[in-house]
Design a binder for this molecule. Structure first.
Ligand SMILES: [Zn+2]
Length: 500
């Protein structure tokens, strides 16, 4: 275990994802020119501070994108749920978010559950590799598909570990068929005339963010037609443009100060061009009750106070980056949001006990893959060896007396696939889901914004962890599990100590 710990530390200590020390671009460094007469939605968009499609700010939804990065474990899911589980969007649906998943220390069955619950699963490389090669990026797709049952078509986004990318990284991402990257930074306040708070744009005319911090980009480079960049929007402290903060800003100051930074940046977007606002988390820093992790209670309360405050303002939606992309590519004014399928919510109607990403159905059906470095559970049969970049989809291990499990085919959606029988319970799209969204009412009726549902004065209900407080609901506490947990936590704590 010691050797594993020593291996993990250099990776996690090298840099904190998303730390900023000042502006990462300027208008002159961008030297950006885009021909808007040729670059048209839905496949091309120029970098612009104005909403796509010529939609006026007053008719534009204010999106809050909520993202989490790195391994998926019960304590990270609980941390995300402590912000989102009790909330509703204006259409009555639970907010969705994007999880940029890396596979080291990830429990695959929780990825399945999180996806089936409606969230976006995106790529953060297999091993959290700095300046990842194609094998790191593509192997993540393959392993998530094979062992978490995420359709390849659903994995559309990429974020570089440590936000550290090059032209080659973006070329790899484009070559793998991703729709978007979200690794670049918007680091100049939206109220500044030279702001780089662009709405998502395509790289048909190169990048217009990070021109001062990433070599050999901007001035028209790199040209990657159709690949979108969703900038990560910084918030700013009392120093303004000289004091940007990006990921986990609650680690950068006392909670009341950070709350003010967040509110000020949100208001600048909301009262300006309604560029998306981002909450970019490493959930380990907000996980409760784990040895060596600082008590996050005050930080969690502060972020919830911010979200309560933001959600009582009209037309505020908490979304995944993929939901944002759906709107950006085909923007509609607020009055038409009620017909946007991508903002609706639905429940798969599956009551059979099959291994399908719905925890109530899965009792006793998960495979325990007891690898010594990071054990995990899966519905899809354990591989003979852990996935690696050289072999992201190893052969399935045989279990005596049991047939091999069938991986998700291209023509069945995850909650309806029975990997044990190898059959799809629903092949007719009309029988698949029950729509739970409610009409959001005529625009202006104040139904398109408003807290957690009902009266705005309703206190935010607190989240009850789905695991009833046990640290790892799917993992029996054998020695290997706790070794992996310890290594993961130790690395995270060490990284935290470095940046603090
Ligand atoms: Zn990361």
């Amino acid at each position: 275990m010691l050797s594993l710990l020593l291996l993990a530390l250099p990776l996690l200590a090298r840099a904190q994802d998303g730390s900023l020390s000042g502006p990462t671009s300027s208008a002159s460094a961008a030297n950006y020119h885009c021909d808007a007469t040729k670059c048209k939605l839905p496949t091309c968009a120029c970098a612009s501070t104005s909403a796509p499609g010529g939609i006026a700010p007053a008719d534009t939804p204010q999106f809050i994108v909520f993202t989490a990065d790195d391994a998926v474990q019960s304590y990270t899911i609980n941390a995300v749920n402590s912000f989102l589980a009790q909330r509703k969007n204006p259409n009555g649906c639970p907010p969705k978010m994007t999880y940029y998943t890396s596979l080291s220390y990830t429990n695959y069955t929780l990825v399945t559950d999180w996806y089936v619950a409606g969230n976006e699963i995106a790529d953060h490389t297999m091993t959290h590799a700095e300046l990842p090669d194609a094998a790191e990026i593509n192997g993540n797709l393959i392993a998530l598909n094979a062992l978490a049952g995420i359709p390849l078509s659903a994995i559309q986004g990429f974020r570089a570990p440590f936000l550290n990318y090059t032209t080659q990284t973006l070329q790899n991402v484009a070559a793998a068929g991703f729709l978007y990257d979200s690794s670049a930074t918007s680091s100049i306040p939206a109220t500044d005339p030279g702001t780089d708070a662009y709405w998502p744009y395509t790289l048909d005319y190169g990048l217009a963010n990070d021109c001062l911090s990433v070599p050999d980009i901007c001035s028209g480079k790199p040209v990657l037609p159709g690949l979108w960049e969703i900038p990560m929007y910084a918030i700013f402290d009392e120093k303004g443009a000289a004091g940007p903060h990006l990921m986990d800003p609650w680690l950068d100051g006392n909670t009341s100060a950070v709350l003010t930074w967040m509110k000020n940046a949100f208001t600048a977007h909301y009262n300006g061009q309604r560029q998306p606002f981002g909450i970019y988390t490493h959930p380990i820093h907000l996980a409760t009750g784990y040895p060596g992790v600082a008590d996050p209670t005050a930080m969690v309360a502060m972020v919830n106070e911010f979200l309560d405050w933001a959600q009582v303002q009209p037309n505020v939606w908490i979304v995944s980056n993929m939901q944002l992309m759906d709107w950006v590519r085909n923007p509609v004014p607020l009055s038409q949001l009620g017909t946007a399928d991508y903002l609706k919510c639905s429940t798969p109607q599956v009551s059979q006990n099959i291994c399908n990403g719905m925890p109530t159905n899965e009792a006793g059906l998960l495979s325990h893959c007891a690898f010594s470095d990071f054990p995990f559970f899966t519905c899809y049969g354990c591989p003979e060896t852990p996935p690696t970049t050289a072999d992201p989809n190893p052969p399935q291990a045989t279990v005596s007396g049991q047939p091999l499990r069938s991986r998700l085919p291209a023509n069945c959606s995850t909650p309806f696939w029975d990997p044990i029988k190898g059959q799809c319970l629903c092949t007719d799209s009309s029988c698949a889901f029950t729509d739970n969204s409610r009409p959001i009412g005529p625009n202006g009726a104040n139904l398109t914004g408003g807290g957690t549902g009902g009266a705005h004065t309703t206190p935010t209900p607190s989240y009850v962890p789905f695991d009833n407080g046990s640290p790892l609901p799917y993992l029996v506490p054998d020695a290997g599990v706790w070794a992996a947990l310890f290594v993961g936590l130790a690395g995270a704590v060490f990284a935290g100590a470095i940046i603090l």
